[in-house]
Ligand binder design. Sequence first.
Ligand SMILES: [Zn+2]
Ligand SMILES: [Zn+2]
Ligand SMILES: [Zn+2]
Length: 200
Amino acid sequence: MNVMVVPGQRLSNRQINNMYLTILQALNSEQWKTRGRVECHCGQPALYTCGQCELPDLCRMCMVEAHLGSPLHKIREWSERAQSYACVSLRELGLRVALGHSGAPCPHPHPRRMDAITMTGIETLAVDFCGCERATNDGDQIKARGWWPLCGNYLSAIPLAVLRQIADRDEGEDLDAEQFDEESESSDAESEAAESSTSE
Ligand SMILES: [Zn+2]
Ligand SMILES: [Zn+2]
Ligand SMILES: [Zn+2]
């Protein structure tokens, strides 16, 4: 991976998009980073790393705890045998999204699986809906978390942050189209193909 940015340089939306694709490719390759620290601050082996926050490598428990508010982050697990990182979801590491109590666990949870749409695909989450007597309906619980429910049975949702990212990107594309009029049609087609592949 070789992404160069000069300080003060103003990047076009297309350049940012290309950089994003390059970094995504690097994240999907086997050796996207060298091994970080080997021991978590709690003393357990630090086998997990997050590609989206500036955390040091952590153990499973500490990585889950650090992501209760960001359950859609991309985590990688270090394999001593393969001497490389591989993808693992926070759900597989044991993360449960608790609804109805400002993120705290509900004493009467209704556990369900829910698909969340992200910029790079669909992530399945383990969600504990609040089952307390005074609980609001499932849809309102999802909305209170900052997600928008996509079907009537509330088994899939899109985070508002992702909708904002898509809206910002589309707005940037409109500006880009004006700025990059002189560029050839073939590069436009390439860029569109790349964009549609990342948004699926
Ligand atoms: Zn993270
Ligand atoms: Zn730890
Ligand atoms: Zn509850």
